[in-house]
Design a binder for this molecule. Structure first.
Ligand code: NDP
Ligand code: GDR
Length: 331
């Protein structure tokens, strides 16, 4: 039985990846950090099947121990400060968690189990300012946020450990991918949650930032398969993973609101609070290399993804509202 260690297992991608690897017959070790209130929302259904190890990205000793205890064949390094907008008010924390901690994790693997295969969660945010479209593995980086800058470091240190120490280390340059498990501050989930609340009469408006931003949005459940495929190859390499289709935030709003019979223009308010100091105007990926070398394919398209997210939020918000109603009736 193969063993995999996942950092960031409680997050969106980690939860789908853990599910997938369990389905492939892996023994899954999930690293979690200590928090005052444990957060298992995304992994509640598989919690008892995961071997839990504690560790924090910023604490090398804990990472060494996590690798020692799990003795993994594969390590998926997904943990990070992943919210771009938070990286301006917290640039140093983002640097520690999203950049330097990649070296911590690589060091833990190099010291304890250098033969383990290593996946680094790199990002299309590294491309940032448009230099070339569509963006592929050879497109130069020009990050536009402290988060993007940190991810560039994570990418190059992964490549460097591969070249310096012969480690099987891959960097997956993934474009935006979403799901009902997406954090609620990210734009797709903010919209699906907002639409559900407005539809159910619990919210009157949705305050948004730049509606003209263009993104290449895919489904997280498809993207985690690409991570696994990268670690099954004969040679380590870096791959762009994307849909090759882009849409504006405005189109996202149109699809989401019209799915419940509403017009977004009646509810959306543009609020400067959600504009970024420097924006990435456009991301569009070319994943020809992944299709050809990994045989990776997409299953869920943009509209299907948005509707799935709205439907799931409608169910959840309805359930929460019914619970609150019952509580107030009993009070
Ligand atoms: P999430 O924000 O959903 O998950 C982040 C995870 O990192 C959580 O499990 C979080 O734990 C964990 N984490 C944060 N800080 C620490 C720490 N100090 N020690 C240990 N664990 C920590 O991110 P996603 O699942 O969306 O993304 C996964 C990775 O892929 C990230 O590195 C992200 O930057 C990258 N990425 C994501 C893309 C996307 O579109 N989703 C695209 C490209 C790259 P906790 O639950 O305790 O907060
Ligand atoms: P992003 O995702 O920054 O691309 O990073 P996010 O969903 O936060 O923003 C996408 C685009 O939407 C615009 N936008 C808004 N964004 C948010 N969050 N809230 C708003 O109200 C809003 N209005 C407009 C943004 O300006 C932006 O252009 C995600 C993260 O998962 C990263 O970890 C990952 O590396 C990249 O995707 C690829």
């Amino acid at each position: 039985m193969k063993k995999a260690l996942i950092t960031g297992v409680t997050g969106q991608d980690g939860s789908y990846l853990a599910e997938f690897l369990l389905g492939q017959g892996y023994q899954v070790y999930g690293m979690r950090r200590r928090t005052s209130t444990p957060n298992y929302e995304n992994v509640e259904h598989i919690k008892h099947r995961i071997n839990w190890v504690s560790g924090d990205l910023t604490d090398l000793a804990s990472l060494i121990e996590a690798v020692r205890v799990s003795d993994p064949d594969e390590v998926y390094n997904l943990a990070a400060q992943s919210f771009v907008a938070a990286s301006w008010p917290q640039p140093l924390a983002t640097g520690h968690l999203t950049a330097i901690s990649v070296t911590n994790m690589l060091e833990a693997v190099r010291i304890v189990k250098p033969t383990a295969r290593f996946y680094q969660a790199s990002s299309s945010e590294m491309f940032g300012k448009v230099i070339e479209t569509p963006q592929k593995e050879t497109t130069p980086f020009y990050p536009r946020s402290p988060y993007g800058v940190a991810k560039v470091y994570g990418h190059w240190i992964t490549v460097n450990y591969r070249e310096s120490f012969g480690m099987f280390a891959c960097s997956g340059i993934l474009f935006n991918h979403e799901s009902p498990r997406r954090g609620v501050e990210f734009v797709t989930r903010k919209v699906s949650d907002g639409v559900a609340r407005i539809k159910l009469g619990l919210q009157k408006e949705l305050r948004m930032g730049n509606l003209d931003a263009l993104r290449d949005w895919g489904f997280a459940g498809d993207y985690i398969k690409a991570m696994w495929l990268m670690l099954q190859q004969d040679e380590p390499d870096d791959f762009v993973i994307s849909t090759g289709e882009m849409h504006t935030v405005r189109e996202l709003l149109e699809v989401a609101f019209s799915h419940v019979g509403l017009d977004y223009r009646d509810y959306v308010v543009v609020d400067p609070e959600f504009q970024r100091p420097a924006e990435v105007d456009l991301l569009l990926g070319d994943c020809t290399k992944a299709k050809e070398k990994l045989g990776w394919t997409l299953e869920v398209g943009f509209e299907q993804l948005v509707k799935m997210m709205v439907d799931e939020d409608l169910k959840r918000v309805r359930h929460e509202a019914a619970y609150l109603h019952a509580m107030s009736a009993n009070a």
